[in-house]
Design a binder for this molecule. Structure first.
Ligand code: DQA
Length: 152
């Protein structure tokens, strides 16, 4: 059976392609989703791909991942810098989390350099645009394989 990965996107990421393309690029979220699905298929992973502008909805989806998903890739967008609720949800699910940012949050305004949610993440990928999601899929696959090998 294929492992299922939850890929979550926070507020305003539905606007990718038209939103500050000089920072976030011209790729749309639909295109990023398609690239994730095609790479996930080659890695033998199933993907649930979601976006919400609402913090509570993101928390609900993280909670629902328990028992259904093997890992989470999340771009919490602006909630990265504000949301203890998302941090707590990510800490509660007991599975590997990778945080992704399209931009390099450390090369921008000082308030973006702090990630509250990253405390729950195994690692962070930022600054590679939509390709960061693909890098995260490979990183997660490796983490899941290592965990399986350690359990044998
Ligand atoms: C972002 C960076 C955040 O600071 C910002 O609020 C976003 C997108 C990124 O992917 O680079 O909405 O998470």
């Amino acid at each position: 059976m294929h492992a299922t990965i939850l890929i979550l996107n926070g507020p305003n990421l539905n606007m990718l392609g038209v939103r500050q393309p000089e920072i976030y690029g011209y790729e749309t979220l639909t295109e990023i989703e398609a690239a994730c699905r095609s790479h996930a298929a080659t890695l033998g992973l199933d993907v649930i791909f979601r976006q919400s502008n609402s913090e509570g909805e993101l928390v609900d989806w993280i909670q629902q991942a328990r028992g259904r998903c093997a890992g989470i890739i999340i771009n919490p967008a602006a909630y990265t810098h504000t949301s203890i609720a998302l941090l707590d949800a990510l800490l509660s699910v007991g599975m590997p989390v990778i945080e992704v940012h399209l931009s390099n949050i450390h090369a921008r305004e000082p308030f973006r350099a702090q990630s509250i949610t990253a405390r729950a993440a195994h690692g962070l990928i930022g600054g590679f645009g939509g390709h960061g999601y693909i890098l995260a899929l490979y990183a997660l696959t490796r983490l899941l394989t290592e965990t399986k090998e350690n359990q044998q």
